[in-house]
Design a protein around this ligand. Sequence first.
Ligand code: TRP
Length: 438
Amino acid sequence: MAQGREHFNTQIGFILACVGSAVGLGNLWMFPWRLGQYGGAAFLIPYLLFVYLIGVTGLMGEYGLGRMTGKGPMGAFDQVLRKKGMLFGRTMGSYPVIITFLITIFYSVVTAWVVRYVWESFFPSFLEKQDFGAHFNSLFEGGPAILWLGVCLLIVALILGRGVSKGIEGINRIMMPALFGVLLIMIIRSATLEGAGEGFRYLLSPDWSQLTKPITWAMALGQAFFSVSLMGAAMVVYGSYLSKDTDIPYSSFITASFDTMAALAASLVIIPAVFAFGIDPAAGPPLVFVTMPEVFKSMTGGYFFSIIFFVGVLFAAISSLMSIMEVVVDGFMDQFNTSRKLSVGVIAGIAFVLGIPLALDIDNLTIIIDFVSIYLMPIGAVLAGLVFFVINPIKETRDEINVGSNNPVGRWWEPIARYVFIGVSILVVILQMLYQVG
Ligand code: TRP
């Protein structure tokens, strides 16, 4: 392990940070509407299969690669490739860092809306609005859009500036239990709404015919990758802050399981509530930002529930954004040998400037989100898989993952990592290209 590298203090702190990274807008915002669109309960079959088979394997790989090398993707890829006489590891490893920088920009724009909703929801006048669709469109207006983007990046910068154990680990220890608490309260509130039963029926009645369509499988795969933060970046960096006594197979399984629970919980909150008030559940992107405020407006106790709901969404989004920006901060420190604080300042500053055009224009924003998450992200996961499962001797990889584990993976795991993981992730890239855009 690199001398002087920062560390997570405890295994539970590490796991909470990884759950914080995994549980994000992908769970609370994208998952419920995809579940609705792609067959309800039937969608869970490909989704769970991919999360547990591919997602957990990928997480073990990323944590293990990070821990073995004590470096983010640039240093980690370089260290592995150099042993084989290949000198392009750093260049290859800059790919996940650069793509993660793009994610930093759009994720901050969306998180900024959430920060703004939390602030606004404290004012009772928030729920008196006539038209939340119009309010959503006003998010893109000049000064305030830029201001809230700045506030969002400032919050994340202040947390990351405090470092790995005090900042990232400390904040996740508060945010994650709070988030799951909020989800639990909200599930109960939604379930007790009159008319919620329709929503449950919609969620629980599987449309099996969706499983015969390749797009359902493509969406389930893409969603699984995005949701567990797999792209050779964030989880490699978090892994690099680990000590040798952390149980990687166990941590990977727990990360994936909490991530899945959060996605299911979000669906149980949103879909029944939406049905209870007769709103279209396939509303897609506006679900959280337009539909949910409409729901709170008509609900008993709406003022209270809208505050805790948006605070929950904020915790989910901020803890993911932290892990995203940390990749770039670490890459910058590694490349230019600067202090953490300087690196955080520079990266947040550039993200702010580049985020402005996206904060002002939803069309640009959705184009970038689709392009990055559909084409560019899964390639990062494939690269990390090639480095750690194919180029690095697989026996060594498995031994590294098993260090400190009470649940070591056996030899059966090797072909899963080498062939199933790599094969299926290349398939994601191809399927996504064929089916999602165009
Ligand atoms: N998993 C997060 C979500 O569901 C997004 C995320 C966090 C992410 N870190 C990442 C995606 C790193 C890709 C790479 O919202």
